[in-house]
Ligand binder design. Structure first.
Ligand code: FES
Length: 374
């Protein structure tokens, strides 16, 4: 393509079925807009000779600059070697902005940086100013091999198969197949055996069912008091004022001898009190107690603890990926990647006025996967 064929920036590149289009180099479209079905080859930019190509003195200057940079690198390396032996590793030095630091590390770091940067900058400057500046084009050769090469490969494969005698000695083939096939079994066994026990129902149960809910454990439901975390003290309904938030765990969880963290990771709950007329969901009202509502603290996106409560808007925020749940609307997701509301824990009060669970979570808590929330 010669220079005349090369469109300039902003010029029209030809009519299309959708109107006249322009080159998009400048990030905007003029005329009646539209994208051409096929762009014409814009060609290469006009070659501009460098100062060093035209002027002998400029080339000499460039050469001096490159040799200076390589000289800095040599100096950096020599200083590195000398300082390596000279400075005691225990010696410290005060550097403004950094404070007290190891003198040896500082000296070696600086000299090594000089050595490397000198080589790097020198090489780049050399390439940009002195090395040949011709545009090179290499046409792509066909990717398909010639027929002779293909025939030769097929024959070599055949010959290899014949010389291994696998066709003449079938037992070799079968025993080799058996050995290689069985060899994979120990690897699979090790991986499968390291996965630990099957989770069984433990992903759907929590301590709110009445006790430990690990694999193989399916406790009978019993009402459990809502206990402050970490004080492990029960909460009376009349202590929960409007706008307050409590981190809650089921009664007995913190008294476990083992598995506390695993149980806590599923059973943690947030307790909030709203004005009853702010609650917009009938089910939420029924499952709460005089405006006090309890929701799983485990985000339904990928399970981070939902840790922020905005008192004014009544929004719960997950700090991990900003999923936001509206407490006035049964913890519906109003923003972020979570796909389902936080599960609500149905609560009431016992004879002494303490808040207790009235049933376990009606659905699995935590991250959503295909069958959750159905
Ligand atoms: S874990 Fe809560 S938004 Fe991702």
């Amino acid at each position: 393509m010669n220079e005349q064929d090369t469109p300039t920036h902003g010029s029209e590149v030809g009519p299309t079925g959708h109107g006249t289009a322009v080159r998009l180099d400048e990030g905007h479209i003029i005329g009646d807009g539209g994208i051409p079905e096929r762009f014409s080859n814009p060609g290469l930019p006009v070659h501009v000779p460098r100062a060093a190509d035209l002027d002998h003195d400029a080339a000499r200057r460039a050469e001096k600059q490159v040799t200076t940079l390589f000289g800095i690198s040599i100096l950096g390396t020599l200083l590195f070697i000398v300082l390596y032996f000279l400075i005691d590793v225990e010696e410290t030095i005060y550097v403004p902005g950094i404070g007290v630091t190891s003198a040896s590390n500082l000296a070696l770091g600086v000299t090594l940086a000089l050595a490397l940067l000198g080589i790097g900058f020198g090489a780049i400057h050399w390439a940009k100013t002195l090395m040949p500046d011709h545009e090179m084009v290499e046409e792509r050769h066909p990717l398909r091999a010639t027929d002779e090469s293909r025939d030769r490969v097929v024959n070599e494969m055949r010959e290899g198969g014949n010389s291994s005698q696998l066709t003449r000695r079938p037992f070799l083939k079968y025993t080799l197949g058996g050995a290689l096939g069985l060899f994979a079994v120990p690897l699979v066994l090790q991986v499968a055996g390291s996965l630990g026990p099957m989770p069984q129902k433990s992903l759907s149960l929590t301590f709110w069912h009445g006790g430990p809910s690990g694999p193989g454990q399916e406790p009978e439901f019993r009402p459990l008091r809502l206990m402050r975390d970490p004080e492990n003290t029960p909460v009376r309904a009349d202590e929960v004022t409007v706008g307050s938030v409590y981190h809650i765990l089921p009664e007995g969880l913190l008294d476990l001898e083992e598995g506390v963290l695993e149980e806590k990771a599923k059973a943690a709950v947030l307790l909030v009190r709203l004005q009853e007329d702010e609650i917009q969901s009938e089910k939420q009202l029924d499952w709460g107690y005089q405006g006090i509502v309890a929701y799983s603290k485990i985000c339904t996106h990928v399970g981070c603890p939902v840790g922020l409560y905005e008192q004014v808007t009544h929004h719960l925020l997950c700090p991990c990926h900003q999923s936001t749940f509206d407490v006035t609307r049964d913890c519906e997701v109003i923003f972020g990647p979570a796909k389902r509301p936080l599960p609500q824990l149905k609560i009431t009060v016992d004879d002494e006025g303490y808040l207790v669970s009235e049933q376990p979570f009606a659905e699995a808590v935590g991250p959503s996967y295909w069958e959750r929330g159905q």
